[in-house]
Design a protein around this ligand. Sequence first.
Ligand code: ADP
Length: 796
Amino acid sequence: QPSSLSGLPAGVGEALEAEGVAELYPPQQAAVEAGVVDGDSLVAAVPTASGKTLIAELAMLSAIERGGKALYIVPLRALASEKKTEFERWEDHGITVGVSTGNYDSDGEWLATRDIIVATSEKVDSLIRNGAPWIDDLTCVVSDEVHLVDDSHRGPTLEVTLAKLRKVNPGLQTVALSATVGNADVIADWLDAELVESDWRPIDLRTGVHFGNAIDFDDGTKREVPVDRGEDQTARLVADALDTEEDGQGGSSLVFVNSRRNAESSARRLADVTASRLTDAERDDLRELAEEIRGVSDTDTSEDLADAVERGSAFHHAGLASDHRSLVEDAFRDRLIKCISATPTLAAGVNTPARRVIVRDWRRYDGEFGGMKPLDVLEVHQMCGRAGRPGLDPYGEAVLLANDADTKDELFERYVWAEAEPVRSKLAAEPALRTHVLATVASGFASTRNGLLSFLDNTLYATQTDDEGRLAAVTDTVLDYLAVNGFVDRDRDGGTESLTATGIGHTVSRLYLDPMSAAEMIDGLRTVARNAAGAGTEGETGEFVRTGDDDGDEPGFGTYTRPGNDESPAEETEGTDEEGTEASAVTPLGLYHLVSRTPDMYELYLKSGDRETYTELCYERETEFLGDVPSEYEDVRFEDWLASLKTARLLEDWANEVDEDRITERYGVGPGDIRGKVDTAEWLLRAAETLARDVEGVDGDTVVAVREARKRIEYGVREELLDLAGVRNVGRKRARRLFEAGVETRADLREADKGVVLGALRGRERTAERILEHAGRENPSMDGVRADKSASAAAT
Ligand code: ADP
């Protein structure tokens, strides 16, 4: 019984029992026996929903009871707040919880007072780089979904972060939670931890394949689910689950598909199945929920989602706004939404179990692979693991779909009977090491090449590899890169080579930039500086430096002159005086392009026709780009450049107040993607502003231009709305309507006629009151105020 556990804060055991934890699950029991409440390190490799979180809680709470402090590392930002809310129930027992999200460049000092801190691995990495003082006080660290060390983008960060935490604090208890993988023992070996490995699940899971008229399950049972000619296999299986009542309730389904578009169309199709099986009460609740969904944003995605939800079906993918996502997840858990069609992102972490999981697509398009590629076993197992809600369903069913007998056999071999792949470290790759080597040197974890290599010896990579020279070789390549770009100074003194981060190297590490992003931005900013220098001389002499062709570059077909290069100011060909001094003017598009072509901004792909569109745009706006435009003949580089231009153009649209809907349409992205781009651009422009101060020759005007471009991205507005949009609750659309009605600034909001404000805000009294309050108006009450009709007319 939990209450008989010793070493926990008073009342915790009883509270667990009150929650329905009558006894520990077998893997939890094994964890306790392995010493998890006594401060021992542990790797728990057990299936989804088998109570891993409680293992972590036991570790953290007992560590705190001993006077320590705990850190819980999550793989996704969305999980950070979910976990924080979960842990906050311990506040009644005197435990404080803090979550660290937001900017990557602060040291989160306030977290020093918290007992439990929740953060992503990237955030922890940046906190270490920024010297967060409380890092030294940690006594327990939990790494959730540790098998993601296998991920080539994010895995290395987790690996290095754990190595750093363990180096700072040699006695640190490390608890790693993992899905069942092929080599959990290697992870345990790496972390010097005990291993608890188990296939135990709190609720029976049957996995099978549907083909023809039945599902064949791995336990030898068979379930007849006949599919009529022309009938949709997935729809039939969703209907079958809903029509099978257990405890008076039909079962909900989670359908995994391979793309966002498929998730949306599947949700639409399956709404026909769910709609006919709703009670009147459910219909009413769903209508209300649909309204709430429409209220989040007025985009097509929002509308499509609401339409499906109204009928009891939903889609879920990374393109959704986070409010949409949580509304859908909550309603699914409340059994109001009967079916979710999701991309695999939902399988990782988010707690949304269903009675039946249907893996409709087991292949997905892979750009690097150049075609359809089968999903990893681990991924499919995690999807299947979402089947069965403890306490709600008597069992869980996971079903893969086959159209022919051969595929059925293949699916059994490949997924049902197969063990998950072993995880493999992805650390020994240049992009990963570039950033981590710089940070390791900058934060003082290593000051010589040998020190660096011995630090890297504490990683999973070193535990796994039999090619010892590889890591050293990549490290040396990376050190060369960092030295050439002025981020690290190397000094050879006899046999030892000492390493120090330069001033700018420190800045780059703290800003959490990929050094290659920093180099690109610094290069772009230098162009501005060179330009400014050029423009300055021109301004004084009133003459143009003769430029253009004398650098040997014939500005002819397929070759771009470097715009703003001091040898060929683009304005020169125009030959007018006024434009001479404009040579240094930096435009938002130029800056957006600069940050969009860094490796820290993930790419928008060029679709058919895009190449022409953006090539044309590239010519049109040629003078605005900071740095060389590659020649059209450099195929790959040029394509990359255009893809960045597409992103830059999206950002420019956003800052020009183009409707979200219009943007999603024009670029083929979801509203969540716009948010992602905007957030990343905001962060990178903030970093660019800091770097601009360090680059010689960049003047104050440029720094201001960068700041303004960033603010316009932050609020999604033109310059004249920056003041208004900065008022809480205003936002880009309302700011525009207020402006059109003559309320142009924050100060205006304090003085303006209330009827005009209310009219511009389309008669929404509560909103108007809140906005006036945030603008600092004495008496924001709208009691008895009548909306000015002309103001709302002006606003449309
Ligand atoms: P995992 O993290 O392994 O995916 P969770 O920790 O989310 O799984 O656990 C799934 C569910 O099981 C949670 O709702 C949790 O409250 C419940 N649970 C965990 N341990 C026990 C237990 N010993 N007895 C009863 N319920 C439990």
